[in-house]
Ligand binder design. Structure first.
Ligand code: ADP
Ligand code: TRP
Length: 339
């Protein structure tokens, strides 16, 4: 991978903060795999983002290996894509500081994720949590990435990254220095919802374990959670538009579609008129079929941490060959002294 790239470049990241769930898999990781043949891809484990809320120092490195293992188990090829820890590439933090001086407080005040994560007690939130989206902009722009696959919840952060790129280019009169990155948010499951409440996002922090399917769940866990998933008494419609007022049904059809590489319309073509008594077992089968091998591969990879560490090391070296020259040039543009 050289600094002069011919393919469009993709960067994305996942935080090493505990149990990966189906939303992370369908919204992000599975899509990383689909992009690697057509794009120059960098997939980061964003540990600097993770410490914006307290983490156990004894567990953090292993959590980073777990995300690397999930990328590989899902099918990311570390010969093609760089897999690395954000903290191993110091240029992320360096560029983030410069961007802290480009981004406006007013822009950050509009970020809904900060409001959600900080909760009622904003005064006690870390400063890092507040500037989290600025670091995310640095992650992307550091590689002059053009495309960013993420779940729908990251849309606002991507808009901020675009604003930062535009303002930097304008303030320093370097019109095309940072490309304006495009979010890649799409497919049938850009926002996977809780299995217990179709109006809430599936998340790591939901107190109910039944609300999410994780990449560690056994086949029995998956079967149990789908059995208990909230639904409604109506049969499935033949048109996806008719799912609009049925959030739980819409969610389950979206999950089925994403896992089986179909559209919702294609799924409904097979299940229209049937109730959840028929649909749930089919969904369970697809989930077990797709997630079982990922779980097994992850366990194998985690049993050989030296292999994962070698992948992370190689990935960081590759990332630094791109990040180093970009930061050097950025510092020249800003006017810093450099020997
Ligand atoms: P989380 O949001 O679970 O704390 P991350 O912040 O590390 O985890 O998110 C990693 C990726 O997973 C991001 O691209 C995010 O948009 C995506 N993601 C998280 N939750 C969901 C969900 N419920 N549906 C779709 N994508 C999701
Ligand atoms: N903020 C993202 C999330 O919470 C994770 C992330 C950090 C990221 N840096 C990124 C995603 C750069 C895409 C690109 O999900």
């Amino acid at each position: 991978m050289s600094d002069i790239h011919h393919m469009p470049r993709v960067l994305s990241g996942v935080q090493p903060t505990g149990n990966l769930h189906l939303g992370n898999y369908l919204g992000a990781i599975k899509r990383f795999v689909d992009l690697q043949d057509s794009h120059d891809c960098l997939y980061c484990v964003v540990d600097l983002h993770a410490i914006t809320v307290p983490q156990d120092p004894k567990a953090l490195a292993q959590q980073t290996r777990e995300i690397a293992a999930a990328y590989l188990a899902a099918g990311v090829d570390d010969g093609q894509a760089a897999i690395f820890a954000q903290s191993a590439v110091p240029e992320h933090a360096e560029l983030a500081w410069i961007f802290n001086c480009v981004a406006r407080i007013g822009w950050l005040n509009r970020m809904t994720q900060f409001k959600d994560k900080a909760g009622k007690n904003k005064e006690k939130a870390s400063v890092g949590l507040y500037v989290y989206p600025v670091l995310m902009a640095a992650d992307i722009l550091l590689y002059h990435a053009t495309h960013v696959p993420v779940g729908e919840d990251q849309k606002q952060h991507l808009e901020l990254a675009r604003d930062i790129a535009g303002k930097f280019n304008q303030d320093f009169n370097v019109p095309d220095f940072f490309p304006i990155p495009e979010p890649l948010i799409g497919g049938p499951a850009p926002r996977v919802m809780s299995l217990r409440d179709g109006t809430q996002k599936m998340s790591k922090s939901d107190p109910s374990d039944l609300s999410r399917i994780t990449l560690k769940d056994s086949d029995d866990d998956i079967a149990k959670k789908i059995k208990k998933a909230k639904t409604d008494p109506e049969p499935l419609p033949d048109n996806p538009d008719d799912l609009a007022a049925r959030p739980e049904a819409d969610n389950l059809v979206g999950i089925f579609a994403a896992l089986s590489d179909q559209t919702k319309a294609e799924v409904l073509a097979n299940y229209a008129g049937q109730g959840f008594g028929a649909f749930k077992p089919a969904l369970t089968e697809v989930l077990i079929d797709r997630l079982g091998p990922v779980r097994q591969k992850m366990a194998q990879l985690l049993a050989e941490p030296q292999h994962l560490d070698a992948t992370l090391m190689r990935g960081a070296e590759r990332a630094r060959t791109i990040a180093g020259p970009v930061v050097k040039r950025t510092k020249e543009i800003v006017g810093f002294w450099q020997a």
